[in-house]
Each structure stands twice: as C-alpha cells, then as structure tokens.
Design a protein around this ligand. Structure first.
Ligand code: ADP
Ligand code: ADP
Length: 236
C-alpha cells in the first residue's frame, strides 16, 4: 500500500536575479513498512525534499500524492490537516520545550488536535509512545535533565503519539555523539521492524545503511537508489 508518491517533482527557488533548482524531476514512492534514507552532500536538496514530503514546502511542478490525494492543488488549511493526520516529524535539534515535562512535551501536539482528543486517550497515546522508546520512567523529567540521546527518543515519542502514516526524520544523529547516535539509529530500526514507516535524511553514509533502501541526491537530481546491505554498515 503506497503512502506517499512523488511524480516528476521539481522545486525552484526564485530569487532576485537567480533561480535555484533545488530538486529536479524526483520520482519516489514510499509504501507502508518502508524505510528510506535520503543521502547526498550539503546543498544536494535533501532538506527541500523532506520539506516537500512533510507539506512544509510547495512543489513548483509535478505531482505529490498522500494516500491517493493530490496535495499540490490543496489550500494551506487542507494541507495542514493532511500533515497533522499523516506526518510525524523528528528534527536534528529535538525541538523540545524546556519548561515542560517529557509527558507534556509529547502530549502538546495532541492537545491541539481537531477534533479534540479525550484526556484519557491523550494519556494512553503519550504513555504508549514513551514506552515504545523506553522513556516511560522519565515522564516527569524536564528535557534539560536528559542526555541528548534521551531527548531525541522523547522527540521520536512525540512524533509517534500522533499515530502518523510516516515518520519524516531529519539528521536525527546530527547533535549526538556516536554512542547516542548509534542508539537512536537502533531505535528507528526497531520501530521500523514493528511496522513504522520511515523516511530519513542523513549525510552519514554509515547510518544510511540502517534503512531498507537509499535515494542518493546530487545537485537536486536523483543519482542512484539502492537497497542497503545491513552487514556493511554494522561491521565498523
Ligand atoms: P541539503 O539539505 O541537501 O543541504 P537543501 O535542500 O537545503 O540541501 O538545498 C538545496 C539547494 O536549494 C541549495 O542550493 C540551497 O541553497 C537551495 N535552497 C534551499 N532552500 C532555499 C530557500 N528557502 N531559498 C532559496 N534557496 C534555497
Ligand atoms: P541542513 O543541511 O542541516 O538541513 P540547510 O542549510 O540545508 O541545513 O537548510 C536549513 C534550512 O535553511 C532549510 O529549511 C532550507 O530550506 C533553508 N535554506 C537553505 N539554503 C537556503 C538559502 N540559500 N536561502 C534561504 N534558505 C535556505
């Protein structure tokens, strides 16, 4: 079952007297249970592609369907509804609020859901998501009382609590040392084995190997896609 489908998608940023072709004629289908890594050097279009997948950025041409709904012709409010329903985001910088407990950080997006979720449903989802990332025992802590790796696990729980169709993950290990980075990548791998669909941007070729397949970008063009060999990345 296809969740996301890009067909011949291009994105051009129009400046005063320059045009930047950030991505060009990208074709990508992501099915339920998939785990895709988007790789490529700085400036190759990875962030742009992830922003498009997350409906944070409009496409200049082509087609983008989420569960068979063409998104490019929708107004901003309808796009936001689709985003809230289908997309979970995980960022390099965690984006947790320091004044709130772990529980409240994970609960916050759910409290803005339309139609509103019942309080016990929110609690069920928050504790379920914290359990999935093994952070239940830290529900009452504040983010600054946690390691970077633990904060990233909370951020992953926040995304999971929305019960999205797909997790869009941007350089999840960028602010972590290698030990915490490895642990976060192992967690994403485990979530995928349990059924979570993931699309991750990484410039770290070693971590790209955790995905089931890779899309490699160069100057906005897809230069290759490959099926990852798990052995070659864990051997280091
Ligand atoms: P990556 O994530 O691989 O580093 P980006 O998607 O951020 O690449 O950028 C791809 C290209 O698009 C770069 O040349 C970048 O400067 C350009 N770009 C990205 N966002 C914008 C923007 N908002 N306005 C103008 N140019 C942009
Ligand atoms: P990263 O590689 O860590 O993802 P980037 O520098 O590629 O960081 O992009 C960070 C943000 O800045 C993105 O949201 C992107 O759209 C924006 N951006 C990148 N290049 C430009 C640019 N030339 N002009 C305006 N915004 C840009």
């Amino acid at each position: 079952k296809t969740i996301l489908a890009l067909h011949q998608v291009s994105k051009v940023f129009f400046g005063e007297d320059v045009e930047t072709h950030a991505i060009s004629n990208i074709n990508l289908e992501i099915e339920r249970g998939d785990y895709v890594a988007i790789t490529g050097p700085s400036g190759s279009g990875k962030s742009t592609l992830l922003s498009i997948l997350g409906l944070l950025d409009d496409i200049t041409s082509g087609s983008y369907r989420i569960q068979d709904i063409e998104t490019s012709t929708l107004d901003a409010d309808t796009q936001a509804e689709l985003r809230n329903l289908h997309i979970g985001f995980v960022f390099q910088s965690f984006n947790l609020l320091d004044g709130l407990t772990v529980f409240d950080n994970v609960a916050l997006p759910l409290q803005y859901r339309e139609p509103a979720l019942a309080t016990d449903e929110i609690e069920r989802r928050v504790m379920g998501a914290l359990k999935q990332v093994e952070m239940s025992h830290r529900a009452k802590h504040k983010p600054n009382q946690l390691s970077g790796g633990q904060q990233q696990r909370v951020a992953i729980a926040r995304a999971l609590a929305g019960e999205p169709s797909i997790l869009l993950v941007d350089e999840p290990t960028g602010n972590l040392d290698s030990k915490n980075g490895d642990a976060v990548m192992a967690l994403l791998g485990e979530l995928n084995r349990q059924g979570t669909t993931i699309c991750m941007v990484t410039h770290d070729i070693r971590y790209a190997g955790y995905a089931k397949r890779q899309i490699q970008l160069l100057d906005g063009v897809q230069v290759s896609s490959s099926v990852a060999k798990r052995d070659s990345c864990t051997a280091e």
